[in-house]
Design a protein around this ligand. Structure first.
Ligand code: SOE
Length: 401
């Protein structure tokens, strides 16, 4: 079985996905083979260059052409958030399997429509999945296994932070990720969404309510250099600043406390102003029988504290998650030969291809991603109401199919 993939977008995420599509069938023995058939971008010169560099057979400048072609089976959406809904809905209506980057959409309404369309398309065997790639880091999947096996006992605390610092300089330009109409929200939706999904995945518990604060520390920034101003950016990173300025319309940082439906208390911090922290995602979970800690900067490792051991033997131990019986690892290298960031995307494509080929439902589904969107929405509303406690609408009732 061959799956002909069409990908829309070719910046940072497009490059990461391309790397994964290129690699996945060379590493994993799967019931279907992905072919990198078609890539789409607006600028003909740039997309032609990207097709050649990233390894795609052909290119187009029209995403409507890509989603409607008979020779495309899978649509991979790697564009900024303001076009996720339109492209994914058209692709699902055309009967294509859809992988969509996170966060699923810019608003709950869009996410709701996407989840409903995915549920309808599923009846005809069409599969859809949202790209929360960190679920596929072997150490993260291992954390989930430990929790599911009861090794942590009853989960009491979840402590999650995702910290970056790429906009600390007030002269950093107003790229699309700093505009609400393009990105939906700031640090909250871009990196906060990752820790929301990751912690819910690991614990198997859902966030039921939040109390939040958000802040935009730098409210006005220079427009990116170049005559096209706001459009002159590559995945949120510009070549430089121009003389004109404009308002930042998203959060720079979002912090919130939350309750989970299994009784755990949680704290979340997402910031692009954590000076010195480049891409620091850290999660700690404390349970009645033990604790576990994951740090993306040491992604091959997991710290595990087993409180069932004799007191004299207790202490955090470091598990090197590179054994063949660790999640995803058997196809890679011998034990101790570590992997990196991009492998999480290869694992994502592996799971998606397998689900399509075997007719099973991949996760996270669009409904799962809608639930994350509902949490993001509750955080925004809580912050607007002076941190007042705000319940998260259950996703199941949110999708009217
Ligand atoms: C930018 O902040 C970004 O590239 C996110 O969009 C990704 O999802 C994250 O993995 C790394 O940072």
């Amino acid at each position: 079985m061959q799956l002909r993939v069409g990908m829309v977008g070719y910046a940072f995420m497009g490059a990461a996905h391309s790397q994964a599509w290129r690699t996945v069938n060379r590493v994993y023995d799967l019931p279907a083979r992905a072919r990198m058939a078609l890539i789409c971008g607006r600028d003909a010169g740039n997309v032609a260059e990207a097709a050649d560099r990233l390894g795609w057979d052909a290119y187009t400048t029209d995403w409507r052409d890509l989603v409607s072609r008979d020779d495309i089976d899978v649509v991979d959406v790697c564009t900024p958030g303001d076009s996720h809904a339109e492209i994914a809905l058209a692709a699902l209506a055309a009967g294509k399997h859809v992988l969509c980057e996170k966060p699923l959409a810019n608003t709950v309404e869009e996410a709701r429509a996407m989840a409903a369309a995915a549920a309808t398309a599923r009846a005809s065997g069409v599969r859809s999945m949202c790209g929360f790639n960190y679920r596929r880091v072997p150490a993260v999947a291992m954390m989930r296994r430990l929790v599911a096996d009861g090794r942590l006992g009853v989960i009491r605390h979840v402590r999650a932070a995702y910290l970056q610092d790429w906009i600390v300089d007030p002269q950093f330009p107003l790229v699309w990720r700093l505009q609400k109409d393009r990105a939906g929200s700031g640090a909250l939706g871009d990196i906060g969404a990752h820790i929301i999904d990751l912690t819910q995945y690991v614990t198997g518990q859902r966030i039921t309510g939040v109390s939040a604060v958000t802040e935009t520390f730098v409210k006005e920034r220079p427009l990116p250099a170049g005559s096209s101003g706001l459009a002159a950016t590559v995945d949120g990173h510009a070549d430089g600043a121009g003389p004109a300025t404009g308002p930042v319309t998203v959060d720079d940082a979002a912090l919130f406390v939350a309750r989970l439906d299994g009784g755990a208390l949680a704290t979340y911090e997402a910031s692009r102003f954590a000076t010195g922290r480049k891409n620091a995602l850290r999660v700690e979970i404390n349970g009645s029988l033990g604790s576990v800690v994951f740090d993306l900067e040491r992604l091959n490792e997991l710290e595990f504290y087993d409180a069932t051991l004799p007191t004299a033997e207790q202490g955090f131990s470091r598990i090197l998650v590179t054994e063949g019986d660790h999640p995803y690892m058997s196809a890679w290298w011998p034990p101790g030969h570590i992997i990196g960031y991009e492998h999480s995307f290869t694992h994502q494509m592996r799971d998606f291809i397998e689900a399509i080929a075997t007719g099973t439902d991949p996760e996270p589904s669009f409904a799962d991603a809608l639930q994350v969107q509902l949490v993001l929405d509750a955080v925004v509303r809580s912050a607007e109401l002076g941190s007042s406690w705000t319940d998260v609408e259950p996703a199941l009732t949110a999708v009217a199919v």
